[in-house]
Ligand binder design. Structure first.
Ligand SMILES: [Zn+2]
Length: 372
């Protein structure tokens, strides 16, 4: 029997270390950073072992490579208040705590650096960063003292698929509760791959909380796809959200979960509703970067065209296989689907399975959604 694709860089990083030595200084970190620490600790961002220092940041921002040469698309930064940073130097240890004062991790400081304005043009308008404030970052390696991602770690998800005898996986970062265009993509790849991993972003996309979207996904799986071949992991921090470099980072994360086939949809880089094609600027940029990146990452990207329902074909399709004209196409973008759901209106069955629509609308009509 074969094995799942090994993690990026060869080894699945684990930064867990139960030993907490009282650090001389501590700093509170917010939920978003705790999730990034969870990603680092569990190896989802292998081969990284902490937050990037100045040299790694320069190299990643300007050349999309780590200093050792391995391609890496996105800087992983620990922003700190400038006044606090002034007290720190190389070799110091900083305790990172959650907002209740509980210990999360120890950072051994490599350097303290400020955002270099020369990096800005490299990042491009599609990448929203750096954070406006503060512009000061701590680079260093982490020892993480609390299990943050129990059950969802790359190690346990790899084990799960492996125990099911699956060795070839596809992966997709997503925000939707498995609308039919995403289901269409899963069908395509499940013809070839043993399983699919979905990374669901925990925000309020489509006006629906993530736990609701995750449950919606499970309902579609129960009725329309082999549920054992698809797993969903929900996290508040995933590299999704309309930025090309983030979409590339998604490939690194999925690779660390063992996925060799990475699925993209035009929406993943903020180009919802590009009719019939994948001609948007961001999507072309993603495609060109992936052509450099994918080889080193040893993954095969699958960039879908916009999926739509065609009356002529009588099914969901893309401009790649459908010969019909615009009058037969029922185009519907996700933004519109979200608006319908939030307004309590049943979306067309060509786009949302009735079981899923009933479940989601039960929530919004029950007055628990925005605007009730
Ligand atoms: Zn057609």
């Amino acid at each position: 029997m074969g094995e799942l694709l090994p993690p990026y860089g060869g080894t699945l990083v684990s930064l867990y270390d139960e030993g907490w030595e009282e650090p001389p200084v501590t700093m509170p970190v917010g939920e978003n950073l705790i999730q990034i620490i969870g990603a680092l600790a569990s190896g989802a961002l292998s081969p990284l072992r902490g937050f990037m220092d100045r040299e790694a940041s320069r190299s990643v921002v300007e050349e999309m490579r780590l200093p050792g040469g391995l391609p890496f698309p996105y800087p992983i930064w620990l922003p700190v208040p400038p006044l606090f940073a002034r007290r720190l130097k190389e070799g110091d240890r900083v305790g990172l705590q959650d907002t209740h004062g509980n210990a999360v991790a120890l950072l051994e400081v490599h350097d303290v650096f400020t955002f270099d304005p020369r990096w800005k043009p490299c990042l491009g308008p599609e990448d929203v960063f750096p954070p406006r404030y503060p512009h000061v970052f701590l680079g260093g390696t982490l020892k993480v003292v609390r299990r943050l991602w129990a059950g969802d770690e790359p190690y346990s998800v790899r084990e799960l698929f492996f125990r099911r005898g699956m060795t070839s996986l596809a992966g997709k970062a997503l925000r939707d509760p498995l609308f039919r265009d995403t289901e269409y993509l899963l069908r395509l790849v499940l013809e070839e791959e043993d399983g699919v991993l979905l990374l669901l972003y925990d925000d309020d996309a489509f006006g629906l909380p993530a736990r609701l979207r995750a449950e919606g996904i499970r309902r579609v799986l129960q009725s329309y796809l082999p549920p054992r071949r698809v797993e969903v992991v929900v996290r508040p921090w995933w590299p999704v959200g309309g930025h090309v470099r983030k979409a590339l980072l998604g490939a690194v994360v999925l690779r660390n979960y063992g996925c060799r086939r990475i699925l993209y949809h035009p929406d993943d880089v903020g180009e919802d509703g590009v009719p019939g094609g994948r001609g948007g600027r961001n999507y072309r940029l993603l495609e060109s970067w992936l052509s450099h990146f994918a080889h080193h990452l040893e993954v095969t990207p699958f960039l879908s065209f916009q999926v739509y329902f065609c009356d002529g074909c009588g099914q969901l399709t893309t401009s790649r296989t459908c010969p019909h004209g615009p009058l037969e196409k029922v185009m519907m973008n996700r933004e519109r689907l979200g608006r319908l759901l939030q307004a309590g209106v049943t979306p067309p069955p060509q786009y949302v399975r009735p079981e899923l629509a009933r479940y989601l609308l039960g929530w919004t009509r029950g007055g628990r959604g925005k605007g009730g």
